[in-house]
Design a protein around this ligand. Structure first.
Ligand SMILES: Cc1cc2nc3c(=O)[nH]c(=O)nc-3n(C[C@H](O)[C@H](O)[C@H](O)COP(=O)(O)O)c2cc1C
Ligand code: SF4
Ligand code: SF4
Length: 262
């Protein structure tokens, strides 16, 4: 599946053969081991597939035994690629589902798969354009009982948001997903540190110093909590992400500042 799924012409041909003889709808399962999911997706459509499902597992090498130099999983002292799946692949799967959902040349129903473990994940896939969702790893891990949790959570969410059917939710977030060049490039926000919630661990200082724009400093003569230079801050969020104290750093929308004040 992975090999022919990487070659759109073969995918189209095989889909058309299956369609010729199938008495049930044909859902073409797409591999993520490609550069652009739109090419196999459009090939499935050209082959008259009724729908697509994605993603299958991602080729991977999970870890290497550094004592005997054999990667895992070991099979008689050697190894081969594995299939990455579960929560780690959700962002990749969501991106691929979204790419097809916003492709005007596509238009087939999408069954979303990849790291779905709870009702929120399922809702995200539906909002990004999936008409159905599938779960593999989470069922292997926790059993079919999680389907009840998925159903209950989805039902509560739909009541809260006033959705009468899943169809009303499908693709709701797709119009808000676009190319970066189409974003508001004047949008700017800066980090703000709230001294009352800060525990003075300085993790934000290190993160900004070594991983961002060197604009958080410690000035105990002014205050214990670190201080952000808002002119230099590019709003990358890194400090907010590493901060262990909830609410100690928030991002504030602002005009782009310069030292000259304009
Ligand atoms: C052990 C295992 C075996 C799988 N076997 C198949 C398979 O035979 N055919 C297939 O299309 N996908 C297979 N998959 C891929 C899953 O159907 C699914 O596409 C992928 O794991 C991503 O979903 P998940 O994150 O919910 O596991 C397998 C996955 C796992 C973990
Ligand atoms: S948002 Fe980024 S640049 Fe701004 S202070 Fe935090 S880490 Fe530094
Ligand atoms: S990471 Fe958070 S808690 Fe730690 S010093 Fe920075 S703002 Fe304070």
């Amino acid at each position: 599946g992975s090999a022919v799924g990487q070659e759109p012409k073969l995918l189209e041909l095989i889909t058309s053969w299956v369609k010729e003889y199938s008495k049930v709808p044909v859902i073409v399962k797409l591999t993520p081991n490609i550069t652009d999911i739109n090419r196999p997706g459009e090939a499935a459509k050209r082959g008259n597939g009724d729908a697509v499902s994605l993603i299958n597992t991602i080729k991977s090498l999970i870890t290497v035994d550094i004592e005997d130099f054999v990667p895992y999983p070991k099979v008689g002292g050697r190894s081969t690629n594995g299939g990455y799946c579960g929560p780690a692949v959700k962002p990749i799967a969501l991106h691929m589902v979204a790419s097809l959902a916003r492709n005007e040349n596509f238009g087939l129903p999408i069954s979303g798969i990849g790291g779905i473990s709870n009702w929120r994940d399922a809702v995200e896939f539906i909002l990004m354009g999936s008409t159905t969702v599938q779960v593999c790893t989470a069922v292997m891990h926790y059993g079919y009982r999680i389907v009840d949790d998925l159903r209950d959570g989805l039902s509560d969410y739909m009541d809260r948001k006033g959705f009468k059917s899943v169809n009303e939710m499908v693709g709701k977030a797709v119009p808000n997903f676009t190319e970066w060049g189409e974003l508001d490039l004047d949008y700017h926000h800066v980090a703000e540190i709230h001294p009352d919630k800060c525990i003075n661990c300085n993790l934000c200082v290190v993160a900004c110093e070594d991983g961002a724009h060197q604009c958080i400093s410690v000035k105990p003569e002014i205050r214990l909590a670190p201080i952000v230079d808002e002119v230099e801050c590019v709003g990358c969020n890194l400090c907010e992400l590493v901060c262990p104290s909830p609410g100690a750093i928030t991002m504030r929308k602002t005009k782009r500042l310069t030292y000259a004040g304009h």
